[in-house]
Design a protein around this ligand. Structure first.
Ligand code: NAD
Length: 541
């Protein structure tokens, strides 16, 4: 039994290694990359702490060298989902009764394992399996993942301490219970940190979780599952159930014990999931919590007072880092005609210097896109632009999937502000720019706000402070993460809580108190010290 109040120290964001030449971290990472590449591992499901293999298998390979196999993945279906739900329910009582500080200690330890002995493995597996450069892997598979776990623990401690007012004679309390049933954590391919956080945040709050990772990032995600085990997570609290979308999703949503969805992924998938939950609503024992962070059509909007060099750097990083496969990646841009010639020359000059290729060659800025389906979809947009009368490809446009799924950074000029690559989420290294007349600044802002159904991230660039204020007000609902003279990517836990509104999701801000509260169900307790003995009120006299 606890007999004291325990403090969770306010964490600091994990610092990043540079991997510059001659640094020991560079050598150590390279060594781990070599080791992982030299073996083909097996990735079973982990249900109740046991490895489960099925007859349905899938080869996991490297996006930048698709003939190189990294792992054999065992895919789950209805039978394994039901086993996992049973294991979750069996683990629930003990886990929910565990004091919160004991629970979070497991995830704090997992964070230290991620940034310590497992750091190279997390980075190397994210580089190989998801085609990230060392920097892109480090900032999330090590840094952001550890931040999610450490700050999650700290947020939970703050929530627990938040208690109501008690007048004389009464003791009011609020108890923060986990949800009854299990939480379904459903993760996307593009961030190892998000994948790790989706089951971990609810589990810290005392929930049991069924985690289905994306088959496209399962390689790094499996190593995180091993870290949780090493950190002491009891069997059955988080079950790792890889599989194809609906093969896992449908039996999950059919369970009366389904009590919450923690999802990050695309908007069409989220719509399908929400509809399925709605169709089953009569079967559930509790109204499920639905948290979903979805797509974006993120913008950079420049005013003619913008610093052009800063704008060029922000544009390149936001549009092309991780091959444009960040939900926050800039994919449409508005530039005034007065600065366009100068901006265009500088931007195209820099884009021409970007190197695309194998992420093990540290001179590359970009790797491959995640897989064949993504490659075909992205190149379909490029081909459309090549043929369209209202669009022109200014840079890039080339692609080649003979070795890996490589697409050159592509810049499209849209003559029509509603051209399809200005509107639709492409999720690849494709940036579309619309050039507006300076005197039509207001109309251009209206266009930016209304062109896409999403409202995830957006950035404005200007030096004029009146203009910055005006733009900030005009775009109040256009982005959940809004940047001023800064690129719209790279949100940091506890600094810029992340999430968008409109069709970008429920905006429950991953890595914040707001998100943690969604996994708790409060019980209000009122205790009278001296109870009244007469049922009549004074006015009745
Ligand atoms: P996705 O929607 O294709 O898949 C997400 C997960 O859902 C995967 O695990 C997939 O297997 C699963 N899934 C798909 N259909 C399902 C079904 N019917 N039942 C159950 N599960 C199902 O997304 P993705 O391609 O992995 O990720 C990219 C998307 O995620 C982009 O749209 C991106 O903008 C978005 N994203 C958003 C954020 C954010 O914070 N807003 C962060 C990262 C990624």
């Amino acid at each position: 039994m606890s007999n004291a109040y325990f403090n969770i120290q306010e964490p600091k964001n994990e610092p990043y290694f540079s991997f510059a030449p001659e640094t020991p971290q560079r050598e150590s990472l390279k060594k781990r990359l070599k080791e992982l590449k030299s073996q083909v591992i097996e990735i079973p499901a982990i249900i109740n702490g046991k490895e489960v293999r099925t007859s349905d298998t899938l080869d996991v390979s490297m996006p930048h060298n698709h003939k190189h196999k990294l792992a054999t993945l065992y895919l789950c279906g209805e039978k394994e989902v039901n086993m996992a739900i049973e294991a979750n329910l069996a683990a629930q009582k003990k886990w929910a009764a565990m004091p919160w500080e004991e629970r979070v200690a497991i995830f704090q330890k997992a964070a230290d394992l991620v940034t310590g002995p497992w750091r190279d493995t997390m980075n190397a597996s994210t580089m190989l399996g998801q085609s990230k450069t060392p920097h892109q892997a480090e900032i999330e598979a090590a840094g952001e993942l550890a931040d999610f776990l450490r700050f999650g623990a700290w947020y939970l401690a703050k929530i627990m301490a938040d208690q109501p007012y008690s007048p004389d004679g009464i003791w009011n309390r609020v108890e923060y219970r986990p949800l009854e049933g299990f939480v379904f954590a459903l993760s996307p391919f593009n961030f190892t940190a998000i994948a790790g956080n989706l089951p971990s945040a609810p589990a810290m709050c005392g929930n049991v979780c069924l985690w289905k990772p994306s088959t496209e990032s399962v390689y790094s995600n499996y190593f995180f599952m091993k870290i949780l085990k090493e950190a002491g997570l009891p069997d059955g609290v988080i079950n790792f159930v890889p599989g194809r979308g609906a093969n896992v999703g449908d039996p999950v949503f059919a369970s009366p014990h389904f009590s919450g969805l923690h999802f990050t992924g695309s908007e069409p998938t989220f719509n399908t999931l929400w509809q399925t939950i709605a169709d089953n609503i009569g079967n559930y024992k509790t109204y499920p919590r639905i948290v979903g962070e979805t797509g974006g059509k993120d913008f950079i909007f420049a005013h003619n007072s913008a610093d052009i060099d800063a704008l060029v750097v922000a544009t390149i990083r936001a549009a092309f880092e991780y091959q444009g496969q960040k939900c926050s990646a800039a994919s449409r841009m508005y530039v005034p005609i007065s600065i366009w010639p100068q901006f265009k020359d500088k931007l195209l000059g820099e884009v021409a210097k970007i190197k695309v290729g194998d992420v093990e060659d540290f001179t590359n800025f970009m790797g491959a896109v995640i897989g064949k389906k993504a490659f075909e979809s992205i190149t379909g947009y490029i081909d459309h632009a090549r043929e369209a009368s209202d669009a022109e490809i200014l840079a890039g446009g080339e692609y080649d999937d003979s070795v890996g799924y490589f697409i050159q950074p592509t810049v499209i000029l849209a003559k029509n502000p509603k051209y399809r690559t200005m509107e639709e989420e492409i999720f690849g290294p494709v940036l579309t720019i619309y050039v507006y007349k300076d005197e039509e600044f207001e109309e251009a802002m209206d266009l930016c706000d209304t062109t896409s159904p999403f409202a995830l991230t957006g950035a404005i660039f200007a030096k004029d402070r009146y203009v910055l204020k005006k733009m900030s007000d005009r775009f109040r609902q256009s982005a959940g993460n809004f940047y001023i003279n800064e690129k719209p990517t790279g949100a940091v836990v506890n600094q810029q809580p992340f999430g968008g509104s409109r069709k970008s999701g429920t905006n429950d801000k991953a890595g914040s108190v707001i998100n943690m509260l969604r996994w708790l169900s409060a019980r209000s307790i009122k205790e009278a010290r001296v109870a009244p003995k007469d049922w009549r009120y004074p006015y009745m006299e």
